[in-house]
Design a protein around this ligand. Structure first.
Ligand code: ASN
Ligand code: ZN
Length: 326
């Protein structure tokens, strides 16, 4: 590898530095081997352009050989590499990598400096695929009304956190365990975005998920997919949804727990909250944990960090407020 700094134009028009690779033929590719651990592991952050291939053909397994690593003849990535979402995906994957490395102490999705693969610009039968997902090996991103999903650091953090969760708690993506899986992804995606954008935790928009994906008018709240501050509680709001619909409502019931975690992050030192939630998923959950297990797991994780009593009190209050009793 021959690591170089390149320049990318983001969807919002701003320029950003991208870590790239200079290939033997003189072209530049979105392959970042610059991270400290990558020197030992050979890992990279790699970004590919599916060129509107159908997303279903990309689910599961390694990136197919006919899906190219994003390349440029110069050290600038712009034009089609911007509209595809590749520049934003590469820049945001690096931010998520850095957050996990520096704030959490985790090296990459697998915790061992493994390669991070992002595929942008997929379609649904040629039309926009208005979603993004982690498939067990890689992130895949479509467009929502023309806007690449990868522009959202909260979205990229959410998807990469699905990978982290898969390598730890392994929460089954159904019903309550699936909603916990979603809540942990929302939590870290939003933690990363608020830190990056300098949004205060008590700002009413801090809990919005996907609020920067909008194309055109509308407030951030109108644009958002979900709101961790939506105030939902289990007692009133938990819905038994059949498994045919959203895996039993994993994106619907998630804000009940995500809201409790977000309340906690508002009440205590956010970095301590991140450590507690991270350790919860690493050490105190099992694949079929539910909401009550989560309350106990968060408490145990906090105790393992020798937190003061007021932090334990804040955990209890956050779960109480969302209808999850001891
Ligand atoms: N964007 C969704 C998510 O990551 C995709 C899905 O339904 N799994 O939660
Ligand atoms: Zn998700």
């Amino acid at each position: 590898a021959d690591p170089v700094e390149a320049t990318g134009v983001l969807v919002d028009g701003a320029e950003t530095t991208l870590q790239a690779n200079r290939e033997a033929d003189g072209t530049y590719t979105l392959a970042d081997s610059s991270r400290d651990m990558f020197a030992e592991t050979g890992g990279q952050i790699r970004t590919y352009d599916a060129e509107r291939a159908g997303y279903l053909d990309l689910v599961g397994g390694p990136v197919p050989e006919d899906v190219p690593l994003v390349a440029s003849g110069t050290d600038r990535f712009e034009g089609a590499d911007t509209t595809s979402g590749a520049v934003d995906a590469h820049a945001n994957a690096a931010k998520v990598y850095e957050y996990y490395a520096e704030q959490i102490g985790r090296d990459s999705i697998d915790g061992a400096g493994g390669t991070v693969h992002s595929v942008v610009n997929v379609s649904a039968n040629g039309a926009d695929y208005a979603n993004a997902f982690w498939d067990g090996t890689k992130m895949v991103y479509g467009h929502m009304e023309g806007v690449p999903l990868s522009v959202g650091l909260d979205v990229v953090g959410h998807e990469m956190t699905h990978g982290v969760t898969e390598h730890s708690a392994g929460l089954v993506y159904l019903n309550q365990s699936g909603a916990l899986n979603e809540a942990i992804s929302d939590y870290f995606g939003n933690a990363m975005e608020t830190a990056d954008k300098g949004v205060a935790m008590d700002d009413p928009t801090s809990g919005l998920v996907g609020e920067h994906l909008c194309n055109g008018e509308g407030t951030l709240t109108d644009c958002a997919l979900r709101d961790l501050n939506d105030g939902r509680t289990t007692l009133d709001d938990y819905e038994m949804i059949t498994l045919d619909v959203d895996n039993g409502g994993v994106h619907y019931n998630s804000t009940i727990v995500g809201g409790a975690l977000w309340d906690l992050r508002k009440k205590i030192d956010p970095q301590l909250a991140d450590q507690i939630v991270y350790r919860t998923a690493q050490n105190y959950l099992t694949p079929l944990s539910g909401f009550t297990d989560m309350r106990h797991a968060v408490t145990l994780a906090a105790e393992s960090l020798d937190v003061p009593a007021d932090v334990l009190g804040a955990i209890g209050a956050a779960f109480d407020a969302h209808g999850i009793a001891d």
